[in-house]
Design a protein around this ligand. Structure first.
Ligand code: NAD
Ligand code: IPM
Ligand code: MN
Length: 349
């Protein structure tokens, strides 16, 4: 297994170190190459993602990323020039973001009996992220800024198909499209139409629609209604921070940026960012990064190893002191020990 690792900025290197500790227990022979992309490199060389590095990254089976973004770099330089560029260049069209309330974890919601187990299939290469915009009448009082959301039938269809395929494999077989069809006329009708078309090929999957604003209410008041969610790039970004918050916090939320065609390596990363407010203090929870390794292994077909990591996380979450789960490296040590002792999934239930 050839893995490229981009620790990145802030808490990125802290959580990645723990994720690699855990990975080492399940895949001791993994060949790991680290890339020093991020704020430090940009400051010293001005480089964000050199072509030669992109070429090297392509030679790997998968990429593990910590987080990028640093207060010393103008907002967006690293995010767009490194993270989004990787997603676009490597055609990471499915941004997979599971959100599950693990047994023992007390989320912030009053009704803790509610079972939360959803997976958000966020479109990853289009929408307002496409970089299609600009400024008109610059430096006048009539300046206009546009950020045009790009939605192609091809781009929508491939994520919608992926979402239906995932829904079909889940016990509830339920899919919700989140959009804003009452305002976004053109993109809204294209998304709705394609969901309707693809649903004909998946008669066993039940389909619902929700406006994204209402969905934020339901994520808080009745999150168990969601099973698979499919949505565009920006709505998916926002909704997955909320989904993380209601399932125990952003420190637990993992993601995969997938090229479903497997022409390019997929990239796995926590949903969270570089958290400059807690960086360097061993306060970051590395669980999201560890679960991202589990998604990575799952994607590479190493299902048994992926399940072992999930079981260890489930056990740790069920038994940890929720109020003070421990320092970043202590959580990593615990998870690595659990993985090496091959804790069974049932132990946590
Ligand atoms: P953030 O996710 O970094 O932090 C939001 C809040 O969550 C902060 O209070 C932080 O302390 C907390 N938090 C985050 N990860 C945590 C963890 N593992 N354990 C415990 N608490 C955690 O979001 P932000 O503050 O909006 O962004 C900070 C920087 O990160 C910005 O530069 C932003 O652009 C960037 N960012 C990068 C990514 C990425 O690389 N994928 C994702 C989101 C934000
Ligand atoms: C995420 C982040 C990124 C996004 C930013 C940093 C570009 O918020 O991965 O959720 O908006 O996709
Ligand atoms: Mn985000």
């Amino acid at each position: 297994m050839r893995l490229a690792v981009i620790p990145g900025d802030g808490i990125g290197p802290e959580v990645v170190a723990e994720a690699l500790k855990v990975l080492g227990e399940v895949v001791p022979g993994a060949e790991i190459t680290e890339y020093d992309l991020g704020a430090t490199r940009w400051h010293s060389t001005g480089e964000l993602l050199p072509e030669s590095v992109l070429g090297e990254l392509r030679q790997h089976d998968a990429i593990l990323l910590g987080a990028v973004g640093d207060p010393s770099v103008p907002s967006g330089i690293l995010e767009r020039g490194l993270l989004l560029r990787l997603r676009f260049e490597l055609d990471h069209h499915v941004n997979l973001r599971p959100a599950r309330l693990y047994p023992g974890v007390r989320g912030p919601l009053a009704d803790t009996s509610s079972e939360i187990d959803m997976v958000v299939v966020r479109e990853g290469t289009e929408g307002p992220y496409a970089g299609n915009g600009g400024l008109l009448r610059k430096d006048t009082e009539h300046e206009i800024a546009t950020e045009v959301s790009v939605n192609t039938a091809f781009g929508i269809r491939r994520v919608v198909e992926d979402a239906f395929n995932r829904a079909e494999l889940r016990p509830r077989k339920h899919l919700t499209l989140l959009h804003k069809t009452n305002v976004l006329e053109h993109a809204g009708s294209l998304w709705s139409r394609i969901v309707e078309e693809v649903s004909l090929e998946h008669p066993e999957v039940s389909v619902a629609y929700s406006h994204v604003d209402a969905a934020t209410i339901h994520l808080v008041t009745d999150p168990s209604r969601f099973d698979v969610i499919v949505t565009d790039n920006l709505f998916g970004d926002i909704i997955t921070d909320l989904a993380a918050a209601v399932t125990g916090g952003i420190g637990l939320a993992a993601s995969g940026n997938l090229d479903i065609t497997r022409r390019n390596p997929s990239m796995f990363e926590p949903v969270h960012g570089s958290a400059p407010d807690i960086a360097g203090q061993a306060l970051a929870d590395p669980t999201a990064a560890v679960l991202s390794v589990s998604l990575l292994l799952d994607h590479l077909g190493q299902k048994e190893s992926a399940r072992r990591i999930e079981a260890s996380v489930a056990f740790d979450l069920a038994t940890r002191d929720q109020a003070s789960p421990g320092a970043t490296h202590s959580i990593g040590d615990r998870l690595a020990a659990l993985v090496s002792s091959n804790v069974k999934p049932s132990a946590a239930q």
